[in-house]
Design a binder for this molecule. Structure first.
Ligand SMILES: [Ca+2]
Length: 104
């Protein structure tokens, strides 16, 4: 893929999508979904700076339980996206606050 021609935002979106599929089992009958244990691994490996407590199994399981909207015990792309939204919205608020402080 010619990634050089993509904008930073497009590259970021691609990273988010690729990261999801990195944890989807390649030879599983359950396509396009991440198991709880793999998702826990992803939280620990990929989000340990933005999410505290990812090493805490109980906390991670609770987060996964909350994300698993259809309660099938696996995380779909939509459910993963809920997590991304949950992480980014406090960041957006922080940026907005900083802008308000500098402008007024
Ligand atoms: Ca689910």
């Amino acid at each position: 893929m010619a990634e050089d021609c993509y904008t930073e935002l497009e590259q970021a979106i691609q990273v988010l999508v690729v990261n999801f599929y990195k944890y989807v089992p390649k030879h599983s009958l359950v396509r396009n979904k991440i198991s709880k244990s793999s998702f826990r691994k992803m939280l620990q490996k990929e989000l340990n700076h933005m999410l505290t407590d990812t090493g805490n199994r109980k906390a991670a399981d609770k987060l996964i339980q909350n994300l698993d909207a259809n309660h099938d015990g696996r995380i779909s792309f939509d459910e993963y996206w809920t997590l991304i939204g949950g992480i980014t919205s406090p960041i957006a608020n922080l940026i907005r606050q900083q802008e308000q402080q500098t402008s007024g």
